[in-house]
Design a binder for this molecule. Structure first.
Ligand SMILES: C[S@@+](CC[C@H](N)C(=O)[O-])C[C@H]1O[C@@H](n2cnc3c(N)ncnc32)[C@H](O)[C@@H]1O
Length: 219
């Protein structure tokens, strides 16, 4: 099993960093770190087969890190990430994609610019308030009937830390093993669906797995 450098980077920077920088007591932080390491060891890898991505030009939200969507869609993908380090990590895996350092809450594109949109395990890093702003922006930049495809973790705990191990199988059968960890927040498919509907999307649930989900929302 090949474990990429960013697997560990993501664990340490996006997860430990969040715990350490949180306004919690030292005991709470220590507890979160122990819980995080426990999940890292015991949790099973979730296999996600990406048979396809949307057609046309795509805006991928939080597309850095592994750059899964950019690896599949190449030049059709505009990958938005607010962290330069995550873009640097992904860029060489899909150099033909367009890489943009920006916060998805404020996209520098006109209305109806993109055919479709995606988000692969990125919204779990946003508070529900942030998700609302991002969904509003995605809706704005999508063409009428454009689709927003979301793969993300089902998180039911509101406290502590959450970690998911992923084995993504992309169309050329390449396998990418990675892991994503965050401070817990309630983001079940029902919560995310409700937020999307409130921003005007029509949601079709395609897959609801135990630990993750995939949904398509249409403008
Ligand atoms: C788990 S990581 C990357 C997952 C990525 N889609 C992949 O294929 O590996 C989630 C990313 O979302 C980005 N992110 C979180 N909130 C964001 C926002 N408001 N705007 C842009 N990027 C954001 C983070 O910087 C991080 O790189």
């Amino acid at each position: 099993m090949v474990i990429h450098r960013c697997y560990w980077e993501r664990i340490f920077f996006l997860s430990f960093h969040q715990i350490i920088m949180s306004k919690k007591s030292r005991t709470q932080k220590l507890f979160q770190i122990v819980s995080f390491i426990f999940q890292l060891v015991v949790k099973r890898m979730q296999k996600i087969v990406l048979e396809s991505i949307p057609e046309g030009n795509i805006v991928d939200i939080g597309g850095g890190g592994e750059g899964i969507i950019a690896q599949i869609g190449g030049e059709r993908v505009t990958s938005i990430d607010k962290r330069q380090s995550e873009i640097d990590e992904a860029k060489h895996k899909a150099p033909e994609a367009t890489w943009v350092l920006a916060d998805a809450k404020d996209l520098d594109y006109s209305n109806d610019h993109f055919d479709n949109a995606t988000s692969f395990f990125s919204i779990m890093y946003m508070s529900n308030e942030e998700k609302i702003e991002v969904f509003k922006e995605v809706y704005r930049v999508l063409k009428p009937h454009g689709e927003f495809w979301v793969w993300d973790a089902s998180i039911s705990k509101e406290k502590g830390v959450f970690f998911i191990k992923i084995k993504a199988v992309i169309p050329d059968k390449k396998v990418v093993r990675t892991g994503y960890g965050v401070s817990s927040k309630k983001q079940t498919i029902n919560v995310v669906t409700k937020l999307l509907v409130e921003e005007g999307f029509k949601v079709e649930i395609i897959e609801n797995k135990k630990n993750w989900y995939f949904l398509k929302a249409k403008k």
